[in-house]
Ligand binder design. Sequence first.
Ligand code: ATP
Length: 511
Amino acid sequence: MAQQQDLLKKIIAHAKEYGFVFPSSDIYDGLSAVYDYGPNGVELKKNIRNYWWKAMVQMHENIVGLDAAIFMHPTVWKASGHVDAFSDPLIDNKDSKKRYRADVLVEDYLAKIEAKTNKEVAKARKRFGDSFDEQQFLETNPRVVANRQKTEEIKNRLYPAMDRSDMAAIKQLIEDLGIADPVSGSKNWTEVRQFNLMFSTQMGSTADGASEIYLRPETAQGIFVNYLNVQKTSRMKIPFGIAQTGKAFRNEIVARQFIFRMREFEQMEMQFFVRPGTEMEWYKTWKERRMNWHLSTGIPAEKFRFHDHDKLAHYANAAADIEFEFPMGFKELEGIHSRTNFDLGAHEKYSGKKLRYFDSEINESYVPYVIETSIGLDRMFLAILSNAYTEEELEGGTQRVVMKLPPFLAPYKIAVFPLTKKDGLPEKAREIMDGLKGDFMCFYEEKDTIGKRYRRHDAIGTPYCVTVDHQTLEDNTVTLRERDSMQQKRIPMNEISGIVAQSLAMKTQGL
Ligand code: ATP
């Protein structure tokens, strides 16, 4: 764990040093859980966003895009349930003065029990070898059975208490389990209170009668309220989807862990509208497709897992997370939710407008059901960054940090270097750069030794470096150096573009 925390610290430091992510308002010592993306970060982020858009909109004839405003009519958030129910139970430790989400304290406790069970299973597997029957072990080993019983009992207290918003019951649970502050070890807790996560502000001047409006806590509602506008203007037939990327805002109680939990973040959401009764089929399909998308980035499959929800949000009849193994452990990266007709039904009620779809195939009019795929762009950025960050020992005892980013996501695709600053090499290098920069993000650099320039581009994940030397002037060949293998080969300069283009091809199967 300490090693993993160490890794997170290294990634944060690297992200700052190499222009990926800066704390917001850095010269004023930052603003809690708000971050700015630097020159390399903004490219990487844009490439991830484009890759998602491509998989969703370009690859599906029945999915179209939308860019709804951040501000929405305040009644939207009444209808969606956010005004009444978008809150987390908050608890403070009186000694450490640290604030926690009460449900997360209990869930962390459950995770510890699960880790114990997993340890028992691993030990038994080792002992019994090929003859090990995991199911039987889980059902009969006394320690494991007791752990599972305890887990069930805790869940049976936590989730109903959350549903009832019964803060006293959650506090009692924390006390009964003897949960201590993870930082100070103190059990001196305050009462549990509900805390609404929406940011609000005033629209209009006071003289005009300003009204309170919210910064959207999710992009999804912009899609719901526009669903008929989009369906009619794009002549979509059910099943069809609407995709959107954009900022969302949540006044998170515990905002730690870098860009994993931010107060201002970006979501990439797609709402897929289906005929009632077909939603479970589509839920399954989108779970598979979204997992395939993650795997198509080249991140190993063992870094991902599904977590099916026991406790469903008020609007859902099925929900799963795709979890990623971040440096701080497996955590939610994306949610896939079967949201029923809750949102459209509620907007019908609150707006008084019909939001029905006439399905000519079955001659029926209905409020569509919705499958949602919702991923945080910043969390995806952190997943990509932490998977790419590699420290390597090289021959001769030196070290390098290399960002093994998938080439199609890397901020720069090619760096062009003249070997020296004289003899016409910069001019030749510029000529090559000019021929490439219309198609690829290229970086030109002539300062420092070639070795140092390679290291700088390893650190930001540039897949190819091209070096121009005196031989280039004679025969138009260059040295092409590949980031991961560090192999160098001499190639005609007119082949650079083809090689790089090939490495950028995206896998589109199963998306
Ligand atoms: P969590 O349980 O981690 O708070 P959530 O279940 O509330 O997340 P959703 O409302 O399902 O999250 O939002 C969809 C996605 O938006 C999440 O899977 C996550 O990737 C992203 N997301 C949510 N909250 C944040 C945040 N504070 N900072 C960054 N990304 C976030």
